[in-house]
Design a protein. Structure first.
Length: 234
């Protein structure tokens, strides 16, 4: 095992142990401040935020990520989160004590979503998609009408900014990827739906933001462990 592989394996073990501990914390209610993502996702997002140190951030779909990730930013900064579900918006807003983080509740235009995937079309979420104004250095798409948000994000993203899509494994999102000059897709082959991250930029190469080979290697280790436990490759 070369030095790079040893380093990846150490990170992989750390992520596994943190995943297990975080799940126990959530189950028993000890700590609910960490987003419900695998740490391979969290570490990747942290690395990007640390590298970019964005001053204006946008998040479609709020949650513990709205509380957790802005803590890595240096002032001055602005974090804008748009949420469509009012009870969840109220819950997240009550936990927010950062004056730089602003949450906005924008209900859907149509209560019954018209798209075949029940994700919400642009028409279903027009106000939600169009709510953000100005330019952003970092955009995180993790809510409803994700294809519409990805398309809108192209107009909102600065040339050196970065866009992240969570749960990118869903194939019906992939038709929305074509507008962006640079793309990097980490498919989580263990999960068909709620997993995977897609990273895109308009001007800056992805390899200038993260070590793509390192992260791909770490994700492959998680996949191998999964198939080892399950006993076969699906």
């Amino acid at each position: 095992m070369d030095k790079s592989s040893k380093g990846n394996f150490g990170i992989f073990l750390s992520q596994i142990s943190r995943d297990m501990w975080r799940k126990l914390q959530h189950i028993f209610g000890y700590d609910k401040s960490i987003p419900m993502m695998y740490f391979k996702d969290i570490d990747l997002i942290n690395e990007i935020i640390d590298k970019v140190q964005p001053k204006r951030c946008l998040e479609w779909g709020s949650g513990l990520s709205t509380i957790y990730f802005p803590k890595r930013l240096s002032e001055p900064y602005e974090w804008v989160a748009v949420e469509h579900f009012e009870p969840w918006y109220k819950k997240v807003n009550e936990r927010n004590n950062d004056p730089n983080v602003k949450l906005h509740f924008v209900p859907p235009n149509n209560e019954k979503y018209t798209d075949e995937h029940n994700d919400g079309s642009y028409e279903d979420f027009k106000d939600y998609v169009e709510k953000p104004e100005g330019k952003f250095d970092y955009i995180f798409v993790d809510g409803r009408a994700r294809c519409a948000c990805i398309n809108k994000a192209h107009d909102l993203l600065n040339e050196d900014g970065v866009l992240l899509l969570h749960d990118a494994n869903r194939e019906y999102y992939h038709d929305c990827f074509g507008k962006y000059t640079h793309n990097f897709f980490l498919e989580d082959k263990r999960k068909k739906g709620v997993a995977g991250i897609w990273i895109a930029t308009k001007g800056r190469g992805i390899d200038k933001l993260i070590d793509t080979e390192k992260h791909r290697g770490i994700w492959e280790l998680h996949e191998k462990l999964h198939y080892l436990i399950k006993g076969k490759r699906k």
